[in-house]
Design a protein around this ligand. Structure first.
Ligand code: ZN
Length: 242
């Protein structure tokens, strides 16, 4: 055992000697190595932290563990000090959205999405409807959620969320055949969603009754008396992480 330690010490001393002896080669190599390592770290930081600049979703596969929740200072912007309350709020919002999307509930979608996102889904869903495809989603649950950033200016507050949703979702064609997904096998999907809240009342969009579709001024429809939810935070963008 002592022999082994001795040998190791000798090897280390020899290597150190060689390193110093060949300094014109070894020092530049060492500096290059440190530089390269730092550069990789910086690259990783810039791509992960500024991930929303990137359109290539697949690139961010499996990096969700690097997301961290907002700090207490930013949490106060929501008028709560309990991050779990906030997560439950955004979870139920997201589930409402997913249900509305799959049930082709245009009026709820109208109330829950920003106008630009609504337009996007509206045309998308119309195409699906024409093709006779029906999307079905059951047993939705939010398995993981990280509220990783929020920003605020005079006009609006934005909230950036990464979440993992588990559901049984599948698509049926016009003859009732399942074309994708499975009713038996739950799937997990990851999303990055940006929610936005208008801070000036004048910026708020109109409400629509989810039952009769009438444009209304309160959350109780003047025409059919349906009561419904008004969404303070609306979904602005959604990206699916592959
Ligand atoms: Zn109504």
């Amino acid at each position: 055992m002592i022999e082994l330690v001795k040998t190791l010490v000798i090897i280390i001393i020899v290597l150190l000697f060689l390193f110093l002896w060949a300094w014109p080669i070894s020092f530049p190599l060492l500096i290059y190595y440190i530089y390269k390592k730092n550069k990789n770290k910086k690259y990783f930081k810039s791509t992960v932290i500024n991930k929303d600049r990137y359109q290539n979703n697949g690139f961010f596969n499996n990096i969700q563990d690097t997301y961290v929740d907002i700090n207490d200072y930013k949490l106060e912007w929501f008028g709560t000090n309990d991050i779990d309350v906030l997560k439950r709020h955004f979870s139920s919002l997201f589930i409402d959205f997913e249900r509305a999307l799959n049930n082709l509930d245009y009026n709820t979608l109208y109330n829950i999405c920003t106008p630009s996102l609504y337009e996007l889904y509206h045309s998308d869903l119309t195409v699906n409807l024409k093709l006779g495809n029906k999307k079905i989603i059951d047993n939705i649950s939010i398995e993981k959620m990280v509220i990783y950033n929020t920003t605020k200016n005079d006009e609006e507050q934005k909230v950036y969320i990464m979440l993992e949703m588990k559901s049984n979702s599948y698509t049926m064609n016009s003859s009732g055949k399942i074309t994708s997904g499975s009713p038996m096998l739950p799937v997990k999907e990851e999303f990055i969603a940006v929610f936005v809240k208008k801070l000036k009342k004048a910026n708020e969009g109109q409400l629509r009754c989810p039952n009769c579709g009438a444009t209304v001024t309160s959350t109780k429809c003047e025409y059919c008396n349906t009561e419904f939810k008004q969404y303070e935070f609306k979904i602005d963008t959604i990206r699916k992480l592959v």
